[in-house]
Write a protein that binds this ligand. Structure first.
Ligand SMILES: [Zn+2]
Length: 329
């Protein structure tokens, strides 16, 4: 990844960033001579051995050896990917990110905007649509309060072939954008058909909290499939995304453990019962991509699936996939 951003840009970025400021807003620092000190955020300690040098723009921990510049600090502390850390610092310093070869940044940006609009629309329908009561009843039967439903941005896709598409078109979206965002497809007569109709909607957020896809649960018992997700899009790759991970991380500053469950309702229902650290894969079996991602966030993973045959098979599979990642200790 690093090679895709010009070194000149990284140099310029790091020369503009003040590492002391970046760290101090997250870990309060105390001046000690030329440097600044704090208790290390990367290991448990009572006397400070974490030092930050404003001159060298480096941090170093004499206890655990953690060491790096502003990009490294954000990656370690906020658990960001390299590009995301660079982007955050660029925003902080007012530098414009360079165009990365092969990047479809423009398209992604546009799609993200329409996904936000769609998310607002679904959320509003849950409050205002004439047939909203069925959705509200379902959520209440599952024991959810309005507060939890809000925290997860739960919404309602009303019945009708193109209610969302029409709304987005009125706001200026092109049919191509609506389809690329995974919100609708085109029928033989070239009409847009919403993907989600008469369903409870669960926005799927990426690790930075941006809505990148949706999951929908059918309200009518006879409808197949009962659960439907957005298709693969330039933004949504279901084999590596985890529902609830962003929400868990934003609720708990230093997550110790994550519980992997089968579906969105499990995640939301556990949060309702004060277990706000569950995540779910999105209609796929646990993959190495998932495990890698989860182990970057916590060292303690619990898999909790249904007790039926399918659930047990999923449990064994998760164990198989996770074993190669285990290390001594
Ligand atoms: Zn340390």
């Amino acid at each position: 990844m690093a090679g895709r951003i010009p070194q000149e840009f990284l140099d310029q970025l790091l020369s503009r960033v003040d590492l002391v400021e970046v760290i101090n807003t997250r870990v309060p620092l105390r001046r000690a001579g030329h440097d600044f000190m704090a208790c290390c955020p990367f290991h448990a300690e009572k006397t400070p051995s974490f030092s930050v040098s404003p001159r060298k723009q480096f941090y170093h921990c004499f206890g655990c050896g953690a060491h790096g510049n502003a990009i490294g600090f954000l990656m370690a502390y906020e658990r960001l990917e390299f590009l995301d850390a660079v982007e955050d610092l660029a925003r902080l310093t007012g530098l414009e990110m360079p165009k990365i070869s092969g990047d479809d940044g423009g398209l992604s940006h546009t799609l993200l905007e329409w996904l936000i609009q769609a998310s607002r629309y679904f959320h509003q329908q849950l409050r205002e649509h004439p047939t909203r009561q069925r959705a509200v009843d379902y959520l209440q039967r599952r024991g959810l309060t309005g507060q939890i439903a809000n925290a997860f941005g739960i919404g309602y896709a009303p019945p009708g072939w193109d209610t969302l598409s029409r709304t987005l078109r009125q706001h200026g979206a092109t049919p191509e954008q609506i389809m690329s965002a995974g919100l609708a497809s085109c029928d033989e007569q070239n009409r847009l058909r919403d993907r989600f109709r008469d369903r409870i909607i669960f926005p799927i957020r990426d690790h930075r909290g941006r809505v990148i896809a949706f999951g929908g649960r059918a309200l009518d018992g006879g409808v197949n499939p009962k659960y439907l997700n957005s298709p693969e899009t330039p933004l949504f790759h279901k084999r590596s995304e985890l529902y609830g991970l962003y929400e868990a991380r934003s609720r708990i500053r230093h997550l110790q453990r994550l519980v992997v469950v089968e579906g969105y309702m499990d995640v939301v229902a556990l949060a309702q019962h004060d277990i706000p650290y569950a995540v779910a894969t999105l209609g796929t079996a646990t993959s190495t991509g998932h495990i890698e991602r989860l182990f970057r966030v916590v060292t303690d993973l619990v898999f909790c699936f249904d007790g039926d045959t399918a659930g047990r098979a999923a449990g064994w599979r998760a164990l198989d996939v996770a074993l190669p990642f285990l290390r001594d200790g």
